[in-house]
Design a protein around this ligand. Structure first.
Ligand SMILES: [Zn+2]
Length: 179
């Protein structure tokens, strides 16, 4: 199935509201059982779908030029700890752990403990730093609103380029897992 040349799949589920998801570049419509308004839903999110699709397409082209880093567990952990020391100027961070997330690079909880995705060991150091910096800024502002964007922009004027590169690496790492 397609909308504006964007292919998509449908997954019926035991959910109340429909949800659209781009995962590793593929669009899936998660729909409640018996849902009939698929066309309406697609029309409503047409612009969002197209924007996201073009972003992913661009990132896919970018991914062809990227080479994965291959840090050992220890190297990655050392780098991550050092980066936290570098950017956690107010000593807010209370812990650092590592796990395999399926759909995000990192997270921070209400106790200011950071968890990093182990897949970050495939990233170049400047992108590891960008992610760590992002999580530390959440000690100042929780949500991804305008305030947060300003905090990021203060250090990363070209943050959009970083986001694109990160997504390119995400696609590259996802593809790698598949082959
Ligand atoms: Zn965040």
């Amino acid at each position: 199935m397609e909308i504006n040349n964007v292919p998509y799949k449908i997954a019926y589920k035991d959910i109340r509201n429909p949800r659209l998801e781009f995962k590793a570049g593929n669009l899936t419509l998660h729909l409640p059982y018996g849902y009939k308004d698929e066309q309406k839903l697609l029309e409503k999110y047409e612009n969002w779908i197209l924007k996201k699709y073009l972003f992913i397409k661009e990132c896919r082209e970018l991914a062809d030029q990227k080479i994965l880093n291959n840090l050992s567990d220890n190297e990655f952990k050392d780098i991550a700890s050092d980066l936290i020391k570098k950017h956690d100027l107010n000593n807010k961070i209370n812990g650092l752990s590592f796990r395999n997330f399926k759909s995000k690079w990192a997270s921070i909880n209400s106790k200011n403990q950071i968890t990093l995705n182990k897949k970050m060991a495939f990233l170049p150091e400047h992108l590891i730093e960008y992610i760590v910096f992002h999580e530390i800024m959440h000690t100042i502002e929780k949500r991804h609103g305008a305030v947060f964007k300003e905090l990021i922009k203060k250090r990363y004027k070209d943050h959009k380029k970083y986001e694109k590169d990160l997504y390119a690496y995400w696609l590259l790492i996802s593809d790698r897992g598949r082959s």
